[in-house]
Design a protein around this ligand. Sequence first.
Ligand SMILES: [Zn+2]
Ligand SMILES: [Zn+2]
Length: 256
Amino acid sequence: MDVRFLGVNGSIQSAGSGNVSLVVSHVDSHVLVDTSGAVVQALWLAGVDPLTIDTVVLTHAHIDHIYALPSLLHNLWLSKRERPLTILANQETLEIARNLCSVFAIEQKRLMFPINWRIAEGGWHLHRLGALSFGLFPVNHGVPTIGCMFSTDGGKLSKIVYLADCIPMENYPVEVMGADLLIHEAGGTDAQEASLTSRGHSTARQAALVAERLSAGRMLLCHLCPQESRWDEMLQEARRYFPRVEIPKLFVPYGV
Ligand SMILES: [Zn+2]
Ligand SMILES: [Zn+2]
């Protein structure tokens, strides 16, 4: 199983990256998490044929996470996709995403492939996609937001956990403990803590403490500030509490 980042920035794009989104792949199964930027181009750059995406998970309804959904669906339709696409989100996000797509009447296109809009609301939701399983659960971000845990069990259980836009929580689902790879957002360092917390975001130190608490193997930080010159400072802060942390490169597979 691996994860590839299509973007690593938070809400503000830069020359180096668009807004955060990622694709998790295992054997022939591919789950796209959030839709931003030139999503189809980014999937090709990551070596994933966009037509092979099985499921799209939308973590929450903030613009930087869902605005490219109409473009993705339009591209898949023009590419003659026939098989259904599942789109998973909490109720609020799903409604906004459907409204966004309805502006362009995408579902009324001739020979449009079926879209299964499915609600993941409340507690833990487990989904299976071939040999890939993934659980969705609420995280704390001010608006309803979901985190994801991807797992495979090919002899050894492997886990990738994505804690989307969020501040640290008192309790996490027991299933996310011991992730081989934790992906956590971090918008800055402790110097920006008050401002980040007020907007439902974490500092590098807070992300590192979560990684330590969850006994993660290693961690990747994302939803970063657009000033790349500040990323080193964030890494240094995080490494004081959890040493195995990196900032991911775009389009490169990180395997577990
Ligand atoms: Zn965001
Ligand atoms: Zn957000």
